[in-house]
Design a protein around this ligand. Structure first.
Ligand SMILES: [Zn+2]
Ligand SMILES: [Zn+2]
Length: 179
């Protein structure tokens, strides 16, 4: 969604305040595509500072469907987005593009709300996603989630890929020599 900010851009010290509803069900980020379960209305404040400098504030809450880093189970993760960007329009088009990286959210007299939101998501992305702090991850014998499936596997600490070889020795009665 594009917001026309020409009034702010042409009048120094002018502030624009907007709240917009974005219809986003997924977000495509450089490291993956994620489902958006809920997105609050996006609140934006664009302030024209001295000369050609802008201050852009974005505020919203987003609920995402992510997966746990340990057990791969589904995690409903809420992110409170509170971003503040300083934009200097004095820069040349090329400099501006470079400075803002892939988050080039100002195009001419328009502000691309979706683009800005996506770049804020990248900036505030959690380093670790866990279904719970106590998540025990996956059983390295049966591959099931230890918290969800209450498996009786004995964690031998051995590489599960070696179990075929172990069974082979057990069946041939050579077990004693191996262990
Ligand atoms: Zn987990
Ligand atoms: Zn198991």
């Amino acid at each position: 969604m594009l917001i026309n900010i020409s009034e702010v851009l042409t009048k120094p010290y002018k502030t624009a305040d907007e709240t917009v509803e974005l219809n986003l069900s997924r977000c495509d980020l450089p490291f993956g595509s994620f489902e958006i379960c809920h997105l609050d209305p996006v609140h934006l404040t664009v302030r024209h500072l001295r000369e050609k400098e802008l201050d852009v504030l974005i505020e919203t809450k987003v609920n995402l469907d992510l997966s746990c880093d340990r057990c791969l189970g589904s995690v409903n993760h809420q992110m409170d987005i509170q971003g503040n960007r300083h934009v200097n329009l004095e820069c040349s088009e090329a400099e501006l593009t470079e400075e803002l990286d892939e988050s080039n959210f100002i195009q001419g007299f328009n502000l691309d709300v979706e683009q800005l939101l996506l770049s804020e998501l990248v900036l505030s992305w959690p380093t670790k996603i866990l279904c719970s702090e106590e998540c025990e991850g996956l059983c390295n014998v049966c591959g099931g989630s230890k918290s969800a499936v209450n498996c009786d596997c004995e964690d031998t600490g051995l590489d599960p890929r070696m179990s075929v070889v172990r069974d082979l020795f057990q069946n041939s009665g050579l077990n004693d020599e191996v262990v």
